[in-house]
Design a protein around this ligand. Structure first.
Ligand code: HEC
Ligand code: HEC
Length: 238
């Protein structure tokens, strides 16, 4: 049996010890936040992107770190999954990327024709910077690998299989087209495409699909100049 004063000392000592441990662990956690959340990389652009995110209620349909609406895809790792160029094209015309499916809103703030090319490009860059920052937060492995099967769209492909392709092809075109069995199946496979069409046709098709086939669901990605040359050249090798 403890004496009264021993019990009191035991109680006070135990309480002090547990409080100290709790305090230390709390401080340890707080100290880890800046590193895990990459606070030093929270640039002004990231903050602007966050404002766009809030103001336009992206959260109403999408989740970040599991928080938000469950109507649309989880976006925490969307930059890793899709890449900046893909998202940049997607935001300008979301519908054309998912023909005939439930639709992501086309926001005026991302569309050149609505708010001017410079403002729209700035807004797109801001939201991409924000999503990039979110994607780099250390979340202990969350979210689990998305299951892209049945979505009709492929996630970013192992680049070694498409080595010769321009980066733009590997990030944007591959979302809808496959090469060597890798890629999306929204559009036809591009294996052997050079047997089916000549260079002039491919050039017009990529730069302005509607002019070749009005109503086609291949989006006008605004590809031109050197990039267009590179893509046409690459397709010619398939
Ligand atoms: C009304 C619901 C809704 C709102 C609001 C919304 N989205 Fe979406 N979003 C979707 C749907 C649905 C998809 C999946 C594509 C589809 O089915 O059309 C999508 C897809 C996306 C994708 C591609 C995800 C992937 O993995 O392919 C990105 C990026 C995206 N949205 C960004 C945004 C941003 C940024 C905002 C706010 C400015 C926003 N969304 C607001 C419904 C929404
Ligand atoms: C959002 C999906 C999507 C993206 C992104 C996309 N395409 Fe397409 N593409 C399609 C669809 C759908 C068709 C079939 C259109 C039709 O027949 O009306 C198509 C057709 C084609 C064709 C004709 C192939 C054939 O056999 O008929 C070529 C070539 C092509 N795309 C190249 C490209 C290139 C290069 C890129 C990247 C710059 C690209 N596409 C990006 C959806 C896409």
């Amino acid at each position: 049996m403890l004496t009264k004063s021993a019990a009191k000392a035991f109680f006070l000592g135990g309480t002090a010890l547990c409080s100290a441990a709790f305090l230390l662990l709390t401080l340890d956690t707080l100290a880890a936040f800046p590193k895990r959340s990459n606070q030093d990389q929270m640039t002004e652009q990231v903050v602007r992107g966050h404002h766009i995110w809030n103001k336009n209620n992206c959260m109403g349909c999408h989740t970040l770190m599991g928080e938000g609406g469950y109507y649309a895809p989880e976006l925490t790792k969307v930059l890793e999954r899709r890449g900046g160029p893909w998202i940049n094209s997607f935001l300008q015309d979301p519908e054309s990327f998912y023909p005939g499916r439930r639709k992501m809103i086309k926001y005026d703030i991302f569309v050149d024709a609505e708010v001017g090319a410079e403002v729209a490009a700035g807004n797109r860059a801001d939201i991409i910077a924000f999503l990039d920052w979110v994607g780099k937060i250390d979340l202990n492995g969350f979210p689990a690998e998305p299951d892209m099967k049945g979505s009709g769209m492929a996630s970013a492909v192992d680049p070694t299989k498409l080595e010769a392709a321009p980066d733009y092809f590997k990030t944007v075109c591959i979302g809808c087209h496959s090469v060597g069995g890798q890629g999306g199946n929204v559009g036809p496979t591009l294996d052997g495409v050079s047997d089916r069409f000549d260079e002039a046709y491919l050039r017009t098709w990529i730069s302005d699909p509607q002019s070749v086939k009005p109503g086609t669901s291949m989006p006008d990605l605004g590809v031109e100049g050197e990039l267009l040359d590179e893509l046409v050249h690459y397709l010619g090798t398939l």
